[in-house]
Design a protein around this ligand. Structure first.
Ligand code: EPZ
Length: 430
């Protein structure tokens, strides 16, 4: 009898093909940044197509702790940041959610002072924030990091940040978002060079512009922000989650199934679709917002993660699961995060043949995986283990669902809707 406390787990009976259609939710990584962006406005903001996720709730708590009034109606959240007073984000929440560090830009540019705990590292890497800090310093912020807290204040009597030319050493998504938000209410023009180009950056810029900001060039490596003195209320719809959509496309491919994935944005998925087609699964564009997977023989293909529009690091684990049963040898190289191959050991428990060297993994395709109990180590690793379980012979038990629930809305219900044999065991004891 093990002495570990019972934990929720997913039980999957593999080797069942999927069919039907699945609707994609709003994008976690867009909603998180845009929620921080509501702090820029002294008026109401309504966000629709909000995903129901643990991380979104945590960000809601961070905003509420700063004085924002929040009302939820289904997937529409109403934010009233009129009484934003507190400048310090609570450590207990920031330590749960790295993205809550994104509040530093909006608080500083709106109130002139911000105190945000360093988010610290996580399972996939050390996740430093020096590019965020350097961007704020370039706009005239005085930054002192002590006792694990980033203390930022605006120099000078105007209390406003000043526009600046900022070159990012690396096209960091988070640093680009922090600088965009800080520059929105700064005096003058800010130019970000070597900016991140992810769709979530474009969504944040579109959200700010819908409140009256002046941002151009989002989605390119040069973003220009003309600071304005104040912003007005807005109603804004969050883009679909391209990573959730990609995860379902891979679920269709690995189970050799024809499924429909709806409420997607095609352009955001081009890197993932191109790789799927290379591996042998065709993806048809059914209409503007719907894709159909057409199963085919799976063959090896090399994958190298890169900033957008390169292959997304958030899809690396799911594609590795697919390549474990694709004929031939594939080299998977993770270049964005230094510790994002932890799912390899668990995939090997399912019978995969993978050798790791540095930040690369050589995946030698095997005819079939066999079900086993496995442990998720981070968000996308958990999705990869669920996908592998759908293809494996027999029963797979996926533990560590606290990772999965951070970023996938109702994953098992959506898979059940596609005919998967999957259920959540609330009190699983290994
Ligand atoms: C965002 O993280 C996403 N998170 C990540 O998704 C995603 O993997 C990542 O972008 C890359 O696409 C959210 O949007 C909430 P980065 P972020 O700054 O902003 C280094 C998921 O699974 N770096 O582009 O933290 C950093 O350590 C999550 O949904 C510095 O060195 O990513 C990393 O190696 C995981 N200094 C690389 O850059 C800095 O100041 C990319 O990080 C900032 C980053």
């Amino acid at each position: 009898m093990s002495n570990s406390t019972p934990q929720p787990a997913l039980e999957i009976i593999g080797r069942h093909s999927l069919n039907g259609e699945v609707k994609i939710s709003g994008a976690k990584n867009s909603a998180l940044a845009i929620m921080a962006g509501t702090l820029l406005c002294g008026d109401d903001c309504r966000l629709s197509n909000m995903p129901c996720l643990a991380d979104i709730n945590t960000m809601g708590q961070v905003l509420a702790s700063l004085g924002v009034k929040i009302k939820k109606t289904g997937s529409t959240w109403e934010f009233n940041p009129r009484d934003l007073k507190a400048v310090k984000a609570p450590y207990d929440l920031v330590s749960q959610l790295r993205a809550s560090f994104f509040v530093i830009g909006p608080i500083l540019t709106r109130l002139g002072v911000a105190q945000v705990p360093l988010p610290g590292g996580c399972a996939i890497g050390s996740r430093p924030v020096e590019l965020h800090v350097r961007g704020l310093q370039a706009m005239g912020a005085n930054v002192i990091i002590e006792h694990g807290v980033v203390n930022a204040s605006v120099k000078g009597s105007s209390g406003r940040l000043k526009g600046a030319n900022i070159f990012l050493d690396y096209p960091s998504v988070g640093a680009t978002e922090t600088i965009i938000m800080a520059a929105t209410l700064a005096e003058g023009e800010t130019v970000i060079k070597n900016a991140a180009k992810e769709p979530e950056i474009v969504d944040l810029a579109n959200f700010c512009n819908s409140m009256g900001a002046k941002i151009t060039g989002a989605g390119t490596d040069t973003i220009i922000i003309q600071g304005v003195s104040r912003l007005h209320s807005t109603d804004y719809e969050i883009i679909p989650d391209r990573i959730e959509a990609g995860t379902f496309l891979v679920a269709g491919a690995i189970t050799h199934s024809e499924i429909l994935v709806t409420s997607i944005n095609y352009d955001h998925l081009i890197p993932a679709i191109a790789k799927l087609e290379e591996i042998g699964c065709r993806v048809l564009r059914e209409d503007e917002t719907t894709l159909r997977t057409i199963p085919g023989a799976l063959k090896a293909s090399d994958v190298e993660t890169l900033p957008h529009p390169g292959f997304p690091t958030d899809m690396q684990a799911q594609f590795m699961a697919l390549l474990t049963i694709s004929e031939g040898n594939s080299l998977v190289t993770e270049t964005v995060f230094e510790n994002r191959l932890r799912h390899v050991a668990e995939l090997k428990r399912l019978g995969a043949n993978i050798k790791v060297k540095g930040n690369s993994a050589l995946v030698c395709g095997v005819p079939m995986l066999s079900g086993a109990p496995v442990m998720a180590t981070d968000l996308r690793a958990s999705a990869a283990l669920v996908i592998a379980g759908l293809a494996a012979d027999g029963k797979t038990i996926v533990q560590g669902l606290q990772h999965l629930d951070r970023g996938y809305e109702n994953l098992e219900q959506k898979l059940q809707g596609l005919g998967a044999k999957i259920q959540r065991l609330p009190h699983y004891q290994p």
